[in-house]
Ligand binder design. Sequence first.
Ligand SMILES: Nc1nc2c(ncn2[C@@H]2O[C@H](COP(=O)(O)OP(=O)(O)OP(=O)(O)O)[C@@H](O)[C@H]2O)c(=O)[nH]1
Ligand SMILES: [Mg+2]
Length: 216
Amino acid sequence: MAYKVDHEYNYLFKIVLIGDSGVGKSNILSRFTRNEFFLESKSTIGVEFATRTLQVEGKTIKAQIWDTAGQERYRAITSAYYRGAAGALLVYDVTKRQTFDNVLRWLRELRDHADSNIVIMMAGNKSDLNHLRAVSMEDAEGLAEKEGLSFLETSALEAFNVEKAFQTILLDIYQIVRKKALAAQEAGSSTGVPHGTTIKVSNLQDNGTKNACCST
Ligand SMILES: Nc1nc2c(ncn2[C@@H]2O[C@H](COP(=O)(O)OP(=O)(O)OP(=O)(O)O)[C@@H](O)[C@H]2O)c(=O)[nH]1
Ligand SMILES: [Mg+2]
């Protein structure tokens, strides 16, 4: 049987796009992966994803970015959507206050469904519409600091900071992965033996089966 092994990247990281409907998630994705923008795009139905491979600190990283509908009625797939995600781009629209107020709701959803170590970047999209601004930089920076998120304003239309947003998320993820790998290496080399789970086999039971109990 013929099959192809893909050796073209060092790491594959999944990133999810979240935020209210209409904030520009799908256009951020198309700008980043295909350098395209659509003035009149339809609301996403179901889940789509696209990939782009890029260099981070000399490593080739394939970013697999998932996009779904911000609209509540399409969102019955949450746990599958968040499974395995190493990063999240949480988008609001700088011209719509409600989408910023809902950031806390999205953070709660991440806390409920995603890995606790997930890297989160908040993006205030549509920065090109400055004359219609309803969320100040100060408010957004305040929230980002309080919640421990990175933050950028972006414009999918003008291709402003879209690249930087993903680069920042990927770099943060890469550094976490590297730190973990180094820690594991050090733990292994300090004893000279590989680390594993210790299995303590206790008394033989009456029926002759062994009762194994584990400690780490
Ligand atoms: N001016 C401006 N408009 C934008 C920008 N990004 C997206 N839009 C417009 O905003 C509208 C909604 O964009 P989408 O990308 O479809 O939004 P979405 O978040 O994917 O929406 P759902 O799929 O419903 O969750 C479209 O008309 C886009 O053209 C931006 O940076 N600036
Ligand atoms: Mg969409």
